[in-house]
Ligand binder design. Structure first.
Ligand SMILES: NC(=O)c1ccc[n+]([C@@H]2O[C@H](COP(=O)([O-])OP(=O)(O)OC[C@H]3O[C@@H](n4cnc5c(N)ncnc54)[C@H](O)[C@@H]3O)[C@@H](O)[C@H]2O)c1
Ligand SMILES: [Zn+2]
Length: 352
């Protein structure tokens, strides 16, 4: 088992390894003075792992309640959130009790937001089951739900009390979700760790889940400790996300996040090389890595529509936008550009 400790506004441990779900109850118990555990999960994940979690929680002498919602981003909304907190109330949850998110990033985000707001905040424990949640969304304390006109528009920074990554759960993860997670892992390598990048380029991520998740989580930990509330360095984690979010949005979210980020990374890296900010060949190795996981490189959307969608993104402050630009494999920098210059990057990145 690997352990990474995060020292943010709250100090907490992330444990990573095979078979950890069995002992989740013992970990949860450390934060549960009230004796009640409220698990939130979706209807794909709960039938697979709900029983194991429930058994572990009960074995630790705690009472277990559960709430299962329909899987998918369409459920990450205020009405499901409101049903969760109503159910927490009906279960008699107090401030000494614990909410548990068992599932992917959607479950983590909505449960975290419910935990952040129920009775002005109760403890919550993340039990991520998707690769994306393992390496990204379960760490760092961003919680949110979507509104009709935008993703993550209502939320809170609310750090978990613990994160339990049982890599055995990844055995049932659909192939598409595996690829989406791998796009984010390639992102970590590209933005800050060339060794990690070449490792996952040469050997499939699934050959070493524990080692790779641990490394990504350490990187996210370092960044979150420096900038918990995203006023600077935390933006580095948005590599590929400015153009990626635009692709995702234009597709009406039919292009999955990981795929959109792959396209976004290719655009910004191609632009960086073309504009002389990164050495020649940087874009080629990135493309090889993305292709080896069956991730896409290009989009048919044009530069104008992409830039309009990207400029509408919440990362826009006033008239400028912060771009994360690779300077090599394993390093990148933040560049603030006027919104109207975005098009130069899009064109240099290969968009029409
Ligand atoms: N809070 C953050 O910092 C942060 C960071 C990145 C992404 N996010 C959010 O995360 C969400 C995406 O996360 P995701 O990709 O994990 O989506 P998800 O939660 O929908 O999980 C993906 C799919 O895989 C299924 N699944 C998950 N684990 C499984 C398993 N072990 N076996 C079988 N099926 C399994 C789910 O039911 C779902 O259908 C988005 O809403 C995004 O905004 C948040
Ligand atoms: Zn992402």
């Amino acid at each position: 088992m690997n352990k990474v400790t995060v020292n943010a506004s709250k100090k907490y441990d992330i444990v990573i390894g095979a078979g950890l779900l069995r002992d989740a109850g013992q970990v949860i118990k450390n934060f549960c003075r009230g004796g009640k555990v409220f698990t939130v999960s979706d209807d794909n994940v709960f039938p697979l792992y709900g029983e194991a979690l429930r058994t572990s929680v009960r074995k630790s002498g705690l009472e277990h309640f559960e709430f299962v919602f329909k899987a998918g981003e369409a459920s990450k909304n205020l009405s499901v959130y409101s049903r969760i907190v109503e159910n927490m109330c009906a279960a008699g949850l107090t401030r000494g009790d614990v909410a548990v998110a068992l599932g992917g990033g959607i479950t983590g985000d909505i449960t975290g937001f419910a935990a952040a707001t129920y009775r002005r905040g109760i403890a919550f424990v993340q039990v991520p089951t998707s690769l994306l949640a393992d390496v990204d969304s379960s760490v760092g304390g961003k919680t949110a739900v979507d509104l009709d006109n935008g993703k993550n528009q209502v939320g809170a920074f609310w750090q978990p009390s613990a994160v339990i990554c049982d890599t055995d759960t990844l055995k049932t993860l659909p192939e598409e979700e595996y690829r989406n997670g791998c796009a984010e892992i390639i992102k970590y390598g590209m933005l800050g760790d060339g060794d990690l990048f070449y490792k996952v380029k040469n050997v499939p991520v699934r050959n070493d889940y524990s080692g790779i998740i641990t490394r990504c989580v350490e990187m996210k930990r370092d960044i979150v400790e420096r900038d918990e509330f995203e006023s600077g360095d935390r933006m580095l984690l948005n590599l590929g996300h400015t153009f990626g979010h635009a692709v995702e949005k234009l597709s009406g979210f039919s292009i999955a996040h990981g795929k959109a980020v792959a396209i976004g990374m290719n655009i910004i890296t191609t632009a960086a090389v073309k504009l002389g900010l990164a050495p020649k060949g940087t874009e080629t190795v990135l493309r090889e890595a993305l292709l080896s996981y069956g991730l896409p490189l290009s989009t048919t959307y044009g530069s104008d529509e992409i830039c309009r969608a990207a400029a509408g993104d919440k990362k826009t402050v006033g008239e400028s936008i912060t771009l994360v630009v690779p300077t090599d494999v394993g390093s990148c920098r933040l560049i603030r550009v006027p919104v109207e210059d975005l098009k130069n990057y899009a064109l240099a990145g290969g968009l029409k």
